[in-house]
Design a protein around this ligand. Structure first.
Ligand SMILES: *[C@@H]1O[C@H](CO)[C@@H](O)[C@H](O)[C@H]1NC(C)=O
Ligand SMILES: *[C@@H]1O[C@H](CO)[C@@H](O)[C@H](O)[C@H]1NC(C)=O
Ligand SMILES: *[C@@H]1O[C@H](CO)[C@@H](O)[C@H](O)[C@H]1NC(C)=O
Ligand SMILES: *[C@@H]1O[C@H](CO)[C@@H](O)[C@H](O)[C@H]1NC(C)=O
Length: 368
């Protein structure tokens, strides 16, 4: 059991986001209780998401339908319909449906694990999101490196970041890859699919929009100053769409801009990639799958995958390249391309006047 939510779109059923072993399905029961510890037990409908990539364990929705659910405050899933000897109830969230939201834009960073310590790129990405109008970033954290830990503390104290503890290693042997045949393990990519779905439901009544992307990816408006203007434009042009899909574009971290003007002394001892130096973009090969990412209205999504939504109300819209696309600074994908075969794309430099002092400030306040 990961998290439980009332789903107001489905007559107020309780949805328990869970991770289930696909080949060991058995009848599951839902025990839900109100504040006075009056409990009821009901049958459940188990929906294993389709995008399991062969892994034995996968994110699932356990749907509990019964009477008086609106008064339930906590819930658990059981394999028995009576004599439960389980005491670990989950609190039920989203009990109240809201129409105004604390945030306009929330970024969900689905998994942070290993000794990840790419501090400079992390700080640059967060400060870039802020300039674009993001007020809230959620990180599902299994582990990270010592310097990044300091930066996370800073952003948490400052209030823009919420760190959700994600100790998946204590329960399963998570894979660091996406495909069971190749990478093995119990569950896809540190349980990313559970965290992405959890993040959507967690923000259903907190955030107007949710961005589902990785920390090394920035969904960048190219025609607008910020995400707010971008979404205003997209929603008026595409009123029936609720899931907006953005193409990924690789900016190889092995190709540096020539002037060297962003090799700043202040950043010399900060571990990680300096995205300001990487302005060369790979051409996207034709007929190759593009690992797109999304901005969604969470109230219209039932189940999500990584690159697109699995079940939602409304339509998809794939955002045009010239309107907005994703800047993904990473290892090259097309390793043999020379600089001359790459495109120069300096969009990130448009923000340098604010971005640089803001990054400096964040690093300083983090004690880095
Ligand atoms: C649910 O809670 C409300 C408010 O506390 C109360 O008026 C109502 O009678 C309760 N309903 C049930 C079925 O317990
Ligand atoms: C309930 O679980 C506890 C701890 O696992 C165990 O000691 C106890 O015997 C169990 N009780 C019943 C009635 O099964
Ligand atoms: C977004 O850009 C528009 C147009 O430049 C501006 O009016 C608005 O204040 C900006 N919003 C935010 C949140 O920065
Ligand atoms: C890159 O070049 C090397 C050496 O010429 C070649 O072996 C390799 O297959 C090329 N890789 C790609 C992805 O084209």
């Amino acid at each position: 059991m990961v998290s439980a939510f009332i789903d107001h779109r489905l007559d107020g059923v309780i949805r328990v986001i869970s991770i289930i072993k696909r080949n060991s399905l058995q009848p599951l029961y839902c025990v839900y209780c109100n504040a006075k510890e009056v409990c009821k037990t009901v049958h459940t409908d188990v929906q294993i998401h389709e995008d399991h990539f062969g892994f034995p364990f996968h994110v699932s929705d356990v749907i509990c339908k019964g009477k008086h659910m609106q008064n339930a405050t906590h819930v658990l899933i059981s394999t028995k319909d009576s004599d439960n000897n389980v005491t670990e109830y989950l609190p039920i969230k989203n009990r109240v449906q809201l129409n105004t939201f604390k945030y306009d834009f929330t970024v969900c960073i689905s998994t942070l694990f290993g000794n990840y310590n790419n501090v400079l790129q992390f700080a640059q990405a967060i400060e870039m999101y802020k300039l674009l109008g993001v007020q809230h970033v959620v990180i599902y954290k299994t582990s990270c490196g010592p310097d990044l830990e300091k930066l996370l503390k800073h952003y948490e104290t400052e209030g823009m970041m919420e760190i959700v503890s994600w100790p998946i290693e204590q329960f399963l042997n998570p894979s660091s890859g996406w495909n069971f045949q190749q990478h093995k393990g119990d569950v896809h990519y540190y349980g990313q699919l559970a965290t992405l779905n959890e993040c959507i439901y967690r923000h259903m009544y907190q955030s107007k929009y949710v961005l589902l992307n990785d920390i090394d990816e920035i969904i960048m408006p190219y025609k607008h100053d910020n995400l707010s203007s971008l979404m205003k434009y997209l929603e008026s042009a595409h009123p029936r769409e609720s899931v907006f899909i953005f193409e990924s574009h690789v900016f190889p971290k092995t190709q540096f801009e020539e002037s060297g003007k962003f090799k700043r002394a202040e950043w010399k001892n900060i571990p990680g990639v300096n995205i300001m130096e990487h302005i060369y973009r790979e051409p996207n090969p034709k007929n190759t799958y593009n690992p797109t990412k999304m901005i969604v209205n969470p109230r219209n999504v039932l189940q999500t995958s990584v690159h697109s939504s699995l079940k939602n109300y409304g339509y998809f819209h794939r955002v045009e390249f010239h309107v907005s696309r994703m800047i993904h600074v990473r290892e090259p994908m097309e390793v043999n391309l020379t600089k001359e075969e790459l495109f120069v794309d300096k969009r990130i430099w448009d923000f340098e006047q604010k971005l640089i002092p803001n990054v400096d400030r964040a690093l300083k306040l983090s004690g880095l």
